[in-house]
Unconditional design. Structure first.
Length: 433
């Protein structure tokens, strides 16, 4: 298989937000795609031309278009899909456990299925963010063991990390260069040829799968460290009585300064997770990366401390957290700071409720968090409001509903402090009172 054309069939394993979008974009180029997911409801939805993912511009239309064109089909049988494909893309989650160890359970299962069904000359590409060396040493060797085929010769193996941002995935797939590395030159060349045709994007060719793996984690580490710098500076700005947002705006007018914004903490399935893909495999734990993790993880407790400075004891205080999502305008709650805030506040015997327009009351309650509708009369009894996720729906928030609220903690520095205080509440930003 020296090049790819529209006769080549592709399997995408994992039909989450990123996987479904990648599968749909490839299918939109006329390449036949099998999308694999363990959830029968997801499979049935895709096979009806329906999109189970919300908030991704253009995705719903693309899924329907591919359904009518018969270029995208979904199934739960990984082995069947792999047997009938020449390209296999793996976009299955790799997360971390509660004690920050890498959790391979889902991707190991997918690799097991691939190894038991792969045919000669298949190209396998991992897009899931991985610790350096895993594509070759953990997964490639397992496929070799199970299939009896040799990587780089009998089957081709490459790594090309997803580098997209929720709510902009289709645009990002077109605009962002695809970083591609192979276990050997031929694997890399075939993967590059595939992506240039399937995504019609710019490609950055890497010297190895290891270099490509390292590059993806480094991107996330950079952001984590930069946010930690902003958070550390915001705490110091608070001590000095200056506004960190004013400081950042002035500092970033110098073209070599790119200070990120501070906040109540860093959530999601990327930034708070991927640094451990370095730290757990030899990166100096006394260095900058681990310190950045500690700083960012401390911001929730720091923010609660600001409330205690203002109110004293939080015992029995009614506290409303706005936003269960880890960030604004997405329905994703992996490592959400709201869950950490709930734990800290419960330790203070505060009464915590959560509102999020992206989640139903049942979805919130099922996570062990009490849901609060902003239409309830009881919102007048709220003592503290904490903005955690700056959803667009909160921009026009009727502040007058919080008749007895004493403090508004703006965890994302998104509100106008003067407007908040006109409603009789004390405004607290992160380094920006």
């Amino acid at each position: 298989m020296d090049s790819l054309n529209n006769d080549f069939t592709t399997t995408v394993i994992g039909l989450g937000k990123i996987g479904l979008t990648i599968a749909s974009v490839i299918a939109g180029k006329g390449i036949k795609v099998f999308g694999v997911d363990k959830n029968p409801m997801v499979v049935n939805s895709v096979n009806q031309g329906k999109c189970h993912i919300s908030g991704e511009p253009g995705l719903e239309e693309l899924v329907m278009k591919n359904h009518y064109a018969k270029t995208l089909n979904a199934l739960t049988d990984t082995k069947k899909a792999v047997r009938n494909s020449n390209v296999v893309i793996v976009i299955v989650p790799v997360l971390i456990t509660a004690d920050n160890l890498v959790d391979y359970q889902y991707i190991d299962d997918a690799v097991q299925q691939i190894g038991q069904s792969i045919k000669k000359d298949t190209l396998v590409i991992f897009e899931t963010t991985l610790p350096t060396g895993d594509t070759r040493n953990r997964f490639g060797s397992k496929i070799e063991e199970l299939s009896g085929l040799k990587m780089g010769t009998d089957f081709y193996l490459a790594y090309s990390p997803e580098r997209v941002y929720s709510n902009k995935i289709i645009k990002n797939l077109k605009d962002y260069p695809k970083v591609v590395g192979g276990v050997n030159e031929k694997s890399k060349d075939i993967a590059v040829s595939f992506y240039r045709q399937a995504l019609e994007c710019e490609v950055i060719e890497m010297s190895s799968t290891e270099a490509a793996e390292f590059a993806k984690v480094a991107e996330s580490v950079y952001r984590d460290v930069n946010i930690a710098l902003a958070n550390e500076l915001s705490v110091y700005a608070e001590e000095k009585g200056v506004n960190i947002l004013e400081i950042i705006k002035a500092s970033n007018s110098q073209p070599f300064s790119h200070i990120h914004n501070p906040g109540i903490g860093v959530g999601g399935h990327c930034i708070p997770i991927y640094p451990y893909f370095f730290l757990n495999y030899g990166l100096n734990s006394d260095g900058l990366v681990n310190k950045a993790r500690e700083i960012n993880d401390s911001m929730a407790a720091y923010s609660v401390g600001l409330l205690e400075e203002e109110l004293g004891d939080l015992d029995s205080k009614n506290i409303l957290i706005l936003g269960l999502s880890f960030r604004g305008n997405v329905k994703e709650h992996t490592k959400s700071i709201t869950l950490r805030l709930k734990e800290i506040l419960h330790e203070r015997n505060a009464k915590v409720v959560v509102n999020d327009p992206f989640y139903t009351s049942k979805e919130v309650n099922d996570m062990g968090v009490q849901y609060k509708s902003l239409n309830e009369d009881s919102v007048r009894d709220i003592d503290v409001v904490i903005l955690q996720a700056n959803h667009s729906e909160y921009k026009g928030l009727d502040l007058s509903m919080f008749k007895n609220c004493k403090v508004f903690l703006d965890g994302r520095n998104s509100f106008n402090g003067k407007e908040i205080e006109q409603h009789g509440m004390k405004y607290i930003g992160i380094g920006a009172r």
